[in-house]
Design a protein around this ligand. Structure first.
Ligand SMILES: NC(=O)c1ccc[n+]([C@@H]2O[C@H](COP(=O)([O-])OP(=O)(O)OC[C@H]3O[C@@H](n4cnc5c(N)ncnc54)[C@H](OP(=O)(O)O)[C@@H]3O)[C@@H](O)[C@H]2O)c1
Length: 223
């Protein structure tokens, strides 16, 4: 995809990986809409923050209406918003479980269904879903988080098969540890970690590949 003059939507833009992806997309020439609850700290003429709680369907509807009204199209959706915690199953409250699934999985479905019709009409577009290595193998304490990220992988692979015939590329990126605010609440400490700017560069380079190439899945770990 030629990112210059493209329009991208990134969920979870206020910190960490999402913030780094927004910056890398802006550097590559895209116009970027960032969705998050807290303000996204980017001042750039091609960036607009839309205050959105992705667990609230009406707020997602409002945000995508605003993007389409302003830009007329969406070439790239990055489903990045996510939360995580690692605890024994007895100490996971059902409310927390539902909030995690709503944020990591259901929001991905709700945002994706907003962009697919116009991408199909255009015969092109790309959807990048942020999974995790925790979506490839179970981790002690990770019943909720791993379940959500395994589901993100299943959602992404199915969506990839569904949309590739329409010229729409779907990629699932499964990172290992990246040092972000995620670990302020996760209840675990990574032994090694990557930098969010480096991961963002990788993701933007995959998006920038020629439209005929479909990088459907990538796992990337700290060395
Ligand atoms: N850090 C890692 O090691 C790692 C590894 C693999 C995968 N991941 C995944 O990478 C993604 C980004 O995580 P991160 O590491 O960058 O963590 P982070 O710094 O905590 O960022 C999480 C982002 O998600 C947003 N978010 C959370 N709940 C939201 C909601 N209800 N509505 C809207 N936005 C919401 C946050 O924005 P607000 O709080 O402002 O709403 C924030 O911008 C997540 O999907 C995470 O699972 C992270």
């Amino acid at each position: 995809m030629n990112l210059a003059d493209s329009t991208a939507v990134v969920t979870g833009s206020s910190s960490g990986i999402g913030l780094a992806i927004c910056r890398a997309l802006l550097d590559a020439g895209a116009s970027v809409f960032g969705l998050s609850r807290r303000e996204t700290p980017i001042a750039h003429e091609r960036f607009r923050w839309l205050k959105t709680d992705v667990t609230v369907e009406a707020e997602i509807d409002q945000a995508f209406e605003a993007v389409f009204a302003e830009s007329g199209r969406i070439d790239l959706l990055v489903n990045n918003a996510g939360i995580g915690f690692f605890r024994d199953i007895e100490s996971i409250d059902p409310v927390e479980w539902r909030r995690l699934i709503d944020t990591n999985l259901t929001a991905m479905f709700l945002c994706t269904r907003k962009v697919v019709p116009s991408m199909k009409a255009a015969g092109r577009g790309m959807i990048v879903n942020i999974g995790s290595v925790a979506g490839k193998r179970g981790i002690r304490g990770g019943t909720a988080y791993c379940a959500s990220k395994f589901a993100v992988n299943g959602f992404s692979e199915s969506l990839m098969e569904e949309l590739r015939g329409f010229g729409i590329r779907v990629s699932c990126i499964n990172p290992g540890s990246v040092m972000t605010e995620f670990f302020d609440h996760a209840g675990i400490e990574p032994k090694k970690h990557m930098q969010s700017d480096d991961l963002a560069q990788l993701i933007v380079s995959l998006v920038a590949l020629p439209d005929g190439m479909l990088p459907d899945e990538m796992t990337v770990r700290p060395l």
